[in-house]
Design a protein around this ligand. Sequence first.
Ligand SMILES: Nc1nc2c(ncn2[C@@H]2O[C@H](COP(=O)(O)OP(=O)(O)OP(=O)(O)O)[C@@H](O)[C@H]2O)c(=O)[nH]1
Ligand SMILES: [Zn+2]
Length: 365
Amino acid sequence: MEDEDDCPELVPISAQPGPPAQQIPVTIITGYLGAGKTTLLNFILTEQHNKRIAVILNEFGEGSALEKSLAVSQAGELYEEWLELRNGCLCCSVKDNGLKAIENLMEKKGKFDYILLETTGLADPGAVASMFWVDAELGSDVYLDGIVTVIDAKYGLQQLNEDKANGLVNEAARQIALADLTIINKTDLVNKEELNQVRDTVRSINGLVKIVETQRARVDLSEVLDLHSFDSMDGAKLAEKLELAKPMRPHLDKSILTVTFEVAGELSEDALNAFIQDLLWEKKFCNKDGEPMTVIRLKGVVSFVGKAHQVMVQGVHELYEFNETPQLWEENLHVNRLVFIGRNLDKDVLQDHFVSTVVLKAETP
Ligand SMILES: Nc1nc2c(ncn2[C@@H]2O[C@H](COP(=O)(O)OP(=O)(O)OP(=O)(O)O)[C@@H](O)[C@H]2O)c(=O)[nH]1
Ligand SMILES: [Zn+2]
C-alpha cells in the first residue's frame, strides 16, 4: 500500500462516524435503458419540497469538450445551469471537473441541499459511487448517500437474464446488486404474478435492498433521499435488514446473489483487512466448483478486539472502509454480521475462512 504505483482507491480509509454536517448528499440514480430514470428525476424536480436539489444528467453525446446541463430545482421551480466536462466520460471527468463545477456553482448560487446524479443505462454505478465516496473522505463538499436503481417491471426480468459475453456480469444485475433502493417502475404494464416475479428476482440478487413499486416513478421523496447507506447510521439498521435477507435460491444462471452470516466474537482488525483484501483484491476465494468469487457490494457490522464501539464495514467493488459507529457493544454479545453481494459466492467457504482466520476471541451466544 506504500507503493506509489498502487491505485490510491484501494487504500482502506478510517473516518469519523456519519457525514460531517456541512456536506451535501449525492444520490446516484441508475437503471437499465428506458427504465424510468429521467421520469423519476423530473418527478423529484417538480415535486414540492423544501430542498434545493441539483441534478446532473449523464446523457452526453460524442466528442471531447462537453457542456452538461445541470438542473437545479427549488420549491418546484426549475433552473438550468451548464457545467463543462472535458473528457467524454463522467467517471473520469467528474472527479476533477464535475465536483469543481458543482463547487463553483454553489459558490455563485448558494449551497444546494441535495445532488442527484443520473448515470446512463449501461453505466456501472459502482465506478461513480466509489469516486464520490473517496472524494468525500478527502474533504470534499459532498458525500454519497445512496444508490437508487430503477427497474422496468415489464422488461426488467429479460434484461436481468441477458447473457454477457466472456462471463461478464450483466449490467442490469450489477445495478441491482449495488442498489440501496430499487424502484420497480411501470407497474401499470404488468399483472400481479409478473410483478411478484420481478420482486422475487430483485430480492434474490440483493437481499438487503429496499423495494418500492411505482407508476411513472411517483415515489415518496422520503423513500429516495437521505438513505445514509454509506455511513454509520446504516449500521444500526443492518440487523433489521438481515431479517429480509433470508437465503433465497438464485433465480438466474450464474447469477449474483446475497450471502450473509453472523458470527459471535471479537475480531482482529488486521486479519479482517487481510480477509477482505484476499476476497476483493486478490480474488483468492473460490466456490466449490473452483470459480473465483466476485464481490460487488459488501456490508457489515463487526467487533474489533479492544474496541467498545461497533464498527461498520462498507465495500463497493474493490473499495472498502471501516467506520466506527456511536453504537456500543453489549458485554459478551459481539455479533458480527456480514453481507456479501456478488457472483460465485459460497457461504460455507466464506464463513469457515472468516471463523478460522479473523475471529480472535470466540463467543458462544
Ligand atoms: N407505461 C409506463 N411508461 C412509463 C412509466 N414510467 C416511465 N415511462 C415511459 O418510459 C419511457 C422511458 O422513460 P425514461 O424516464 O426516459 O427512462 P430512462 O431510464 O431515463 O431512459 P434512458 O435515459 O434512455 O436510459 C418514457 O417514454 C416514459 O414516458 C410507467 O410507470 N409506465
Ligand atoms: Zn434518462
